[in-house]
Design a protein around this ligand. Sequence first.
Ligand code: GLN
Length: 459
Amino acid sequence: YSSTDVTRAHLDRIEQVEPAINSFITVTPDAALAAAGEVDRKRAAGEELHPFAGVPVTHKDLVVTAGIATTAGSKMLADWVPPYDATVYRRTKAAGLPLLGKTNLDEFAMGSTTEHSAFGNTANPWDTTKVPGGSSGGAAASVAAYEAPFSVGTDTGGSVRQPAAFTGTVGVKPTYGSVSRYGVIAMASSLDQVGPVARSVGDAAALHSILAGHDPFDSTSLSGDVPDFMAAAREGSLSGVRLGVIKQLVGDAPTGGVAEVFRAALDVAAAGGAEIVEVDCPSLSFALDAYYLIMPSEVSSNLARYDGMRFGLRVEPDEGPVTAETVMAATRAAGFGAEAKRRIILGTYALSAGYYDAYYGSAQKVRTLVQRDFARAFESADVLVSPTAPTTAFGFGAEREADPMTLYLGDIATIPANLAGIPGMSLPAGLSDGMPVGFQLLAPAHEDARLYRIGAGLE
Ligand code: GLN
C-alpha cells in the first residue's frame, strides 16, 4: 500500500466513526494527504526513508503545531493558531508520519475522563456510554477505534497509561526528560512527559523511538543515545524476569474484576517463565496527596500566562474600567473551566507565603521517599507491576463532578511514576465485564527499553 492509500483509509474511518467517538478536535485531511503524497514520491524516487515513513499519526491537542489550531482543550486557546512546532511534532514530520489531526483531552491535560474538554466528550470505542479515560482520551480512543495506528499523548500523572488501560491499548510514559517537552503546553513541568499510545508494544516502541532524543530547546532534556526500543520489543522475553507486585497497589484498591484479571495475567506471566515477587513501597500511601499538592502548585504557575493580553482569549469586563487586572479577571473567569479553576486556586493557596514549606515543601519530601522506595524495590525486581487503574472505564457522569476526590483517587497507581521520574507502560491484560483492564509495568529511570522487552514478552 502507498502512504496515500493508508492515510486515506484512516481519514475515511475517521469520517465514519467520529460522530460516535469524537476523538478529534481538529482533523487535518489536506495536510495528511499532502504529507502522504510526499512520502510516496520520495519512495518512488528511491530516497532513503524512516522505516515508518508514511504511517499516519495523531497528536494530542496540547502539542503545538504551526499553522494548525492548538486548543489544549480550553476555551482559552480555542482560536489560537501557533506560530511554531513542538519538537515532538517536528520529529514525527521528519520521520514522514502524516498528521491526521489533533486529539481531544481534558482542559490543559487536567482530568481522567476527557469530560473536562471545552470541545465535548470523547466516547470509549468499547462502549460509547463510557469514558475513554483521560486526559489523553482522544489519543487513546483514536487508536482503539482504528482512526489512527498510533498517537502522541502526554502523561503528568497517568494521562497516557490510564486511557490506554480504559481502551485496551498500549500506553507508555517515558523516563522524565527523555522526550522533549518543547512546544508541549505545560501542565506541571516537573511531572509532564510525552509518550506514545499504540495497539501493540512494537508499535509503541516505534513511535517512542521517533519521539525520543536530546533537544537543546528543552532544558530538562537528557543527553545520550536513545536505546533501540524496537529491538527490545522484538526480543520480547519473560524468562528469568522478576515481576515485583507492589503490595500497596493490589490490596483492596482494585475492584473485584480488575484484581481478578490482574491475578490471571500474573499466572500467565509465571507460566511464561517470570518469577513473581512482592515488593513493599510504604510511601505510596502519601503519593496521591503529594501529587495533588505539587501538580496544582505547578499548574497555578504555568497557567498564569493566560492573562488575556499576550495570546489566546481576551475578554473585557462588562462594566467598570478596562485595566490589566479587570481584563485578566474577565478573561480567566470566561476562559477556564471548573477543574482548571479548582487547581489554580488550590495551587495558589499551597504556594502562598507561609504555606510553601508546609505544603509544597512537604510534598517534595514525599517525592524523595517514593524515589527511595522504588530504588529499594528494584533491588529485588526487574519491573514493578500493578493494575494501571483500580477500575475499568465507567459511565459519563455529572454526579462525579460534585466530588472530584473520587476521580483523583483513581490515579493512585499511575502518579508514583511521575513523582519518581521513572518510565511506565500500560498494556491490555484482559476484559472484566467486557471492558479492558490495564496491566502496568514500571522500570528504573533510563530503562524504558526494559518495558518494551518485558511488555512484548507479556503481550
Ligand atoms: N488524572 C491526572 C490528573 O487529573 C493525570 C493528568 C495527566 O497525567 N495529565 O491530574
